[in-house]
Ligand binder design. Sequence first.
Ligand SMILES: [Fe+2]
Length: 207
Amino acid sequence: MHPDGKQQLATIFGTPIMKVESGLQLLKEEIDYIENIPTKDKLKDDNVAISRSVFLLDNDKKLTVIKDRMNKNVIDYINKTLCVENKFKMTNSWMARTKKEHHSHDHKNAIVSVVYYVKADDATITFQSPNNWVTKAFNFDLNIYEYNDYNSLSMEYKVKTGDFMIFPGWLTHKATNNSDSIKTIIGANYFIKGEVGSDWNTTSLKL
Ligand SMILES: [Fe+2]
């Protein structure tokens, strides 16, 4: 035993984020098909063009492989972090194309969200938090000498074609496309379903 005791550091009450690198590689024809899905707005330099359908993966059977893989990744994420028997289901799903930046936002009405990178040559997703574990309780102006998972207020992930990112819907994030080619993603939100709670606890909720 070390004379000063044995240190054990763990992340508790942390926010889990899961990246699945190269989780699904589509054929060129499949990527072309997704890139041509009709959008609400025409794509410009400074906007995000989102598919007209926001139930894209429920309605388009050609995209079943993506839906199935998203469901699998979300179940893995929930099983590894929440460890609950409750079921979750995909609610909204959409395609989004960006030339440069997708501004800071969160996904309302979602418990878990997924992004699948259909085509991303050089992109990042940055998760943001207003506070770390100290500033949550007291708004110190700290002199941080090294940033890590515990003290940082933002965390950037590099992402590329074929990757998945899974994260809580409430978590603020922004996305940047660093390449000259258009970035295309499919996003989806998940919500809890079935019976949550119990009559015994007077918490029964049927969703
Ligand atoms: Fe988003």
